[in-house]
Structures are given as C-alpha cells and as structure tokens.
Design a protein around this ligand. Structure first.
Ligand code: SR1
Ligand code: MG
Length: 406
C-alpha cells in the first residue's frame, strides 16, 4: 500500500485509504464506502463515508490532463488555487461555499465538506425547479468576492502579492481558447456544432467580421484587466443548491480578471435555462410561470448585485482615487459593460464550442433545439454589440424576448 509520498492518480479505494491515513479524518475502525462522483470536464472527485457514523468527506484530485480530453494539458496546481480561493471565500461569504479541510501539494488534492444534501443547479433548472433564495445568495457572493478582493479595497502591494498566488496560465488559456477564440472561428477544429445548425452558425457567427473584432477587444480585456479575484467558471454546474441554500463550488479557474466575467456567466446560464423552458415546456401556464421566475431571477440578480456592490463600496473602499466623485459610477459602468459582453460570449461558446450545456443538448426535438440555439445566438450577438449600453436587467429580457420571436 502506498504512503502517498509521490503523486499518482487515485481510484476510489486509494482515496478512502488517503482519507484514513493522510487526513486522519476517520477512526481506524471506520467502515468506509467510497464512490467517484465527478462529472465535470477536468477532475476526479471522491465521496468517502463511514457506514457506522454517517460521517463523510469529499476529496478532489487534479490530473495532468483534463478529464474531457487528453488534448488539454493542465497544471494540477489548479487544485491549490481552488483551495486558497475557497479558504478566502469562507472568510468573505461564509455559508455560501463548502468548508475546506486540507490541501496536499504532492497528491494535488483537497479535502472538503460533503454537500450530498445539495444538488447541481443546472440539473434542477432542466427539471424546471425554482430556487427562491438563489438571487439573494449569488448577488451576495459576487458583490463581496468581486469588490473586496480588488484594488479599490485591498492595499496595492498586498493585492499584487495575491495576484502572484493566483497566476493561473493553463486554465486562463482554456478560457481564452474556448470562450474568446474558437467559437468564432473554429481555429482548432474542436467546435461541436449541432449539424442542423451548421449553416446558420457559418453565416451568423463565423462570417461576421465585426463580431470577430468585438471578441478580440473582449479577449484583451480578459487577459489584461486584473480587476478582481474572479471565480472564473461561474455557471450553474458550479453551483450546488437546495431550496434554501446555495453553495458555490469549483473556483479552480480563479485569477485576477474582469469582475463582469462572473456576472455575465450567471446571466448567460439563466438564459440557457430560459431557452430550455421556452422551447420544451408544452403546458402554457406552467411555461409562463417558470419563465417568469427565471426573468425575475435575472432582474433580482443584477439589481441586488448593484445595490449590494454600492453599499459595500461606501463602506469598504480605501483607495483614495477611487473615492473621487463619479469614479464609482464609471467603475460600475465598466463592470456592467463587461457583464453584457461576457453574457454574449458564454451564450455562443456553449452552443458552438467543445464544452456544451445540458440545458440545450438535452432537447430531444431537432426543431426545438434549433429554436433554443438560435434564440441564444441572436441574444448573444446583441449582448456583444450593444454591451456599452446594456445596463439594466430589463434590457436583457427585451433582447431575449425579441430573439424568441424571430
Ligand atoms: C477543458 S475544460 C472545458 C470547460 O469545462 C470547465 O468547466 C470550463 O467551463 C471549461 O471551459
Ligand atoms: Mg468546473
């Protein structure tokens, strides 16, 4: 039996042994059961439980390549980044993220709270379930994490020290390629276009030179604007929920980038849920009720984010230049512009690129899926082109409704 003194990719039995002898988490006579529960694109996730006591833990291990494809060589240091970000988030937004217990730099694995009483939000949205506390929780998470770890609040030297710890080149490269580049030109031939939508995508996306130019501007913003310590992959598959609780997981893509990247991801993924409901729910009353809840959630997420952000700005900003009259409005305006642009990028990349979303791919009817895809792509283009003027949630909803009517 290994003593875990050198790295190897664990199976579930290894992870159980690890939890006993490295974590000392279970008593020596524990009767452990273990399962690999990961269904993401990158890592291996094990749940270990003592049948006698019900006590459990989750162990997440990073490999040297992505689970989705060996083509992606990704530093396992992402696991340290996730651990450090979760530790910071436990301070900033306690209760909205899992507790973390331990990180091992040899095995590139971390141990954290088992959230088996929660479920992945995307799967529930595909079942047309409602989460009344979500907007409040996610807006608190975003306002606190995005403002409190930024130059507006943190001492500049301290911030640069944190930037250093969160240089995340491999995962940033994935985002630069999969979000900002490939969906618009298929340069690496990795896109995964739904064949009946191929002509539409060639005409409306690949052939649109003006769109290409806007994606380049946004890509340079992503690469150059070290504004906030962002989550970096804040979609509904990175969120665990119950009716009353929200836990944001998986911040391995964290780095200092534009704050609007996280907010735009949330808005886009709520639009995927809207497109699914709009195109698949047969019963008109149920459909209207559910799409209305999603619309109200988009409104609440953005409005609550803005008001919480403004309150925090008043209380916490320490940088003198940031206190000059009008600077807060200018700064928030840039976040909202980036939010709209990223909403458009995320909508495109999940329809066209390699990493897709169940909200769309699970639509069995070709006709309905085509309608959902085109609704998202038309919304995306307007969000990108009109990002300088999109500042309110109602503007997103007007665009989505316009796209649904086309
Ligand atoms: C190779 S990783 C593909 C995607 O999965 C992750 O969750 C990120 O969204 C990434 O873009
Ligand atoms: Mg993930």
């Amino acid at each position: 039996m290994t003593d875990f003194s050198s790295y190897f990719l664990m199976n579930a039995e290894d992870a159980a042994e690890y939890s006993k002898i490295q974590l000392n988490y279970f008593s020596p006579d524990a009767d452990l059961e273990q399962t690999e529960i990961g269904d993401g694109n990158l890592n291996y996730i094990f749940r270990i439980r003592d049948r006698k006591t019900g006590k459990s833990v989750v162990i997440k291990q990073a490999g040297h390549t992505a689970r989705i494809s060996d083509e992606f060589k990704v530093s396992p240091d992402r696991n340290r980044i996730e651990y450090e970000k979760l530790k910071m988030e436990n301070e900033l937004v306690p209760g909205l993220v899992p507790l973390v217990y331990h990180y091992n730099e040899v095995m590139n694995c971390l141990a954290m709270e088992d959230l088996s009483d929660h479920v992945i939000m995307r799967n529930e949205l595909c079942e047309h379930k409602i989460f009344p506390r979500f907007a409040d929780h996610i807006s608190t998470y975003m306002a606190n994490t995005l403002l409190l770890i930024s130059d507006a609040v943190i001492d500049h030297k301290k911030k640069k020290e944190i930037v250093n710890r969160f240089i995340n080149p491999d995962l940033c490269e994935i985002t630069e390629d999969l979000v900002y580049t490939e969906p618009f030109n298929d340069i690496n031939k990795r896109n995964n276009v739904f064949p009946p939508n191929s002509d539409f995508i060639s005409r409306e996306i690949y052939s649109d030179k003006k769109l290409l130019l806007e994606t380049a501007k946004m890509k340079f913003d992503f690469m150059c604007n070290a504004q906030s310590l962002i989550h970096g992959d804040l979609h509904t598959g990175s969120i665990f929920v119950t009716r009353d609780s929200t836990k944001i997981i998986d911040p391995e893509f964290a780095f200092f980038g534009p704050a609007g990247y996280d907010i735009g991801n949330i808005i886009a993924n709520l639009i995927f849920a809207w497109a699914n409901a709009e195109t698949t729910m047969e019963d008109e009353t149920a459909r209207k009720e559910y799409t209305r809840w999603l619309e109200e959630t988009i409104i609440d997420v953005l409005n609550m984010f803005v008001s919480k952000w403004k309150e925090l700005w008043k209380e916490r900003v320490s940088e003198v230049s940031a206190t000059y009259e009008g600077f807060d409005t200018w700064y928030l305006g840039r976040i909202l512009r980036d939010t709209a642009g990223v909403t458009g990028l995320e909508l495109c990349r999940r329809i066209i690129g390699i990493a897709q979303v169940k909200d769309i791919t699970s639509i069995a009817s070709t006709e309905k899926r085509l309608r959902a895809e085109r609704l998202c792509l038309r919304t995306a283009k307007r969000c990108i082109f009109e990002r300088d003027t999109i500042t309110t949630p109602e503007q997103y909803l007007n665009i989505v409704r316009w796209a649904a009517e086309k």
